[in-house]
Design a binder for this molecule. Structure first.
Ligand SMILES: [Zn+2]
Length: 261
């Protein structure tokens, strides 16, 4: 079996890894040159975020990738010979999967056992591109499993699932990032997609704001379903979970298993 980097990069999963990796490096560098909020002292949260990411990366080929492959019905990008029809189907699949992620995110907040797992992401007391990968393995695995529901119901091809995952990861890196964006430009973008100014309010350490702004890619869902917060992001707003402090790396891994974690 040929497992060279060139052949890996030519696979859909390889393309996804390359695109997401490049976007991450771009934002990780950019937000340190043009920072919106001043960075906190110390590197502890960076190690916690990267540590949680490493666990997901190691587990991905074993848990996440087989689940995705199981749900997607075929390794093709198209379902018809018509280019325009296929573009329309791809766009529809992306919008519907984003709608699914919106409602799933609401569930992560509102179902008590799910909130215990999702809280690990919210314990972060600052946000930047590394927060995009700070998820408990349990959340990533359960999300991948539950995504089989829309993928199966809509018969979404594997290519479209991977296109969505790539797009979503890039969007998640963007809306967690600490990149300084001109206010006018950010306001214009925020009409269509979730920007840092929208998502940072979701991480505001005030419960009412934490339970709002659930969107991942498109900003329409919060407006449509009445979950958009009226709070305006300020660079000094406290980030995290109301009345709770961040935990150690081991504390984060064990936190969902503790009743008051
Ligand atoms: Zn959340």
């Amino acid at each position: 079996m040929d497992i060279s980097w060139q052949s890996f990069a030519a696979t859909p999963v390889g393309v996804k890894a390359l695109v997401v990796g490049a976007v991450f490096i771009l934002f990780f560098t950019g937000e340190r040159i043009y920072s919106a909020a001043p960075y906190p002292e110390g590197k502890a949260r960076l190690f916690r975020n990267i540590g949680l990411w490493a666990i997901v990366l190691v587990a991905s080929p074993l848990i996440i990738a087989p689940l995705t492959a199981l749900g997607a019905n075929q390794l093709v990008w198209t379902r018809s010979d018509s280019f325009y029809f296929n573009v329309l189907v791809l766009a529809t699949d992306l919008v519907l999967l984003d709608l699914w992620v919106y409602w799933l995110h609401r569930a992560w907040h509102r179902v008590p056992f799910m909130w215990r797992i999702h809280k690990v992401h919210h314990f972060d007391e600052f946000l930047d591109s590394t927060s995009a990968f700070r998820f408990h393995l349990g959340e990533v695995a359960i999300s991948a499993g539950l995504r089989l529901i829309p993928i199966t119901l809509l018969a979404v091809p594997l290519g479209h699932v991977l296109a969505f995952e790539t797009l979503m990861l890039c969007a998640v890196i963007f809306h967690h990032s600490n990149l300084r964006i001109p206010a006018l430009l950010e306001r214009a973008i925020s009409r269509v997609i979730i920007t840092p100014s929208i998502h940072w309010v979701h991480h505001h350490a005030v419960m009412h704001d934490t339970n709002s702004n659930y969107g991942a890619i498109f900003s329409i869902w919060d407006r449509l379903f009445g979950t958009k917060s009226v709070t305006v992001r300020t660079y000094d707003m406290r980030i995290g979970v109301e009345s709770v402090e961040d935990k150690s790396f081991l504390g984060l891994i064990l936190s969902p298993f503790k009743r008051n974690g």
